[in-house]
Design a binder for this molecule. Structure first.
Ligand code: FAD
Length: 387
């Protein structure tokens, strides 16, 4: 253990990954999470090859391969079930060196938490203010027993989409904006074999991802104004997707209504000019909230964490230099993934003009699987820094 101390604001996938990356490089870490209990809401996740490699770098690849479901994404279908584009699993492994992984969010979150010293995580701890330095950073937070202040060599703002750390340190930067779609998600018991695949209809998408142990994660998205809620969200999904191809109706029948989650999609339309202020680094959704169309949000958070750990491997001696390297390595990549994800949504899930839809579907059918794979590899082909 070097004598360096990092405070991580937020105990989501990004915050726990950052804490673990720093812990593995000898840092003492304190994670402050405002929720009373450390847990991950949501259903499943697709972890693309880059995210799987980042988890390997954190030493968690084997556990998550065991706890999840390794599979190449099967491809894209139309609402009648006709394949528009297929990805060959063997080609994918050849190109990227690993398959993607479907995993329950709770499994990933628990695996990260269990790899950290239990004493490093504090729940019921809401961060109210961060002082970025220059010589020492400070974090003020409120616990159940009142206010506290912690000094730190490094502070990681991993407090998600509505990041207080981002708002405090970049006060004039525009907030995340609604991306035009709402999503429903559920993790269910569904032991029948199902390919990981996406289905597109006009202004709508349905995805399914096996996540291991006889479980499957499905998600559905439609174009709609923000803020909507249905008295029965499962019924709302059935109304839109109940007559789509098999096994979508069977998946909806196998879904208990109470496990369905609904969230509007927000993203940071204007990228941040920096992820770093003094001794504070933003990470994950706090730095680059993106639409889920490329299944990369959590993957980018885990990559951020691995790079942050690597640049801080020397301890607290040169935190400003380390954070400059973090910003240089992470900002261009994560912001280009965020842009690509938004564009993928525009031409995929959100497209509704019948002529544009027909042209897109023809173009997809005519594109060889290998070319589709090359497109995917642009974002999934990432390796952790050496050392
Ligand atoms: P969060 O998970 O939001 O965690 C932030 C944490 O900070 C929370 O625990 C919160 O309670 C805490 N916090 C907030 N404020 C404070 C405070 N002031 N003090 C203390 N704690 C605080 N990504 C993928 O890689 N693959 C996918 O398939 C995928 N699918 C998705 C589907 C949907 C519908 C959505 C919406 C997102 C999807 N994502 C996916 C993106 C992924 O979920 C996020 O990018 C990822 O969870 C972000 O993690 P995070 O830790 O940065 O933020």
């Amino acid at each position: 253990m070097n004598d360096s101390h990092a405070v991580v604001v937020g105990g989501g996938i990004g915050g726990l990954s950052a804490a673990l990356a720093l812990h593995r490089h000898g840092w003492r870490v304190t994670v402050l999470e405002r929720a009373a209990e450390l847990r991950e809401v949501g259903a499943g996740l697709s972890l693309m090859a880059n995210a799987v490699r980042a988890l390997d770098a954190l030493g968690l690849g084997p556990a998550l391969r065991d706890g999840g479901h390794g599979e190449a994404p099967g491809g894209i279908r139309d609402r009648h079930g006709r394949w528009l584009s297929r990805v060959d699993a063997a080609d994918m492994v050849r190109q990227l060196g690993t398959t993607a992984l479907g995993v329950h969010r709770a499994t990933l979150h628990r695996t990260l938490r269990e790899a950290l010293p239990a004493s490093s995580v504090h729940t019921d701890a809401t961060v109210e203010h961060v002082e970025p330095g220059p010589d020492r950073a400070e974090v003020r937070y409120r616990g159940t027993d009142g206010g506290h202040t912690l000094a730190a060599d490094l502070v990681v703002g991993a407090d998600g989409l509505r990041s207080r750390v981002r708002a405090q340190l970049w006060p004039r930067h525009p907030d995340p904006v609604y991306a035009g779609s709402t999503t429903w998600r559920a993790a269910i018991a569904f032991p029948d074999p199902v390919p990981a695949a996406i289905t597109w209809g006009p202004g709508a998408e349905f995805g399914m991802v096996p996540i291991g142990a006889g479980q499957l994660y499905w998600y559905a998205a439609v174009n709609t104004p923000p803020g909507g809620h249905a008295p029965d969200e499962l019924a709302a999904v059935r109304e839109r997707f109940g007559d789509w191809h098999d096994p979508i109706p069977a998946l909806l029948t196998a879904t208990p209504p109470e496990v369905v989650l609904r969230h509007d999609i927000y993203h940071l339309a204007e990228p941040l000019p920096s992820y770093v202020r003094g001794r504070v680094a933003l990470l994950g959704d706090a730095a680059h909230p993106m639409t889920p169309n490329l299944g990369q949000g959590a993957g980018q958070a885990i990559e951020d964490a691995v790079v942050l750990g690597a640049v801080c491997a020397g301890g607290a001696a040169d935190v400003p230099g380390a954070l400059a390297a973090y910003d240089a390595q992470r900002r261009p990549r994560s912001q280009s993934v965020a842009r690509a994800s938004f564009t993928a949504g525009r031409f995929g899930q959100q497209l509704r003009n019948p002529v544009a839809l027909a042209l897109r579907d023809i173009a997809l059918r005519l594109t060889p699987g290998r070319a589709t794979l090359r497109g995917m590899a642009r974002y999934a082909d990432w390796s952790p820094p050496a050392g």
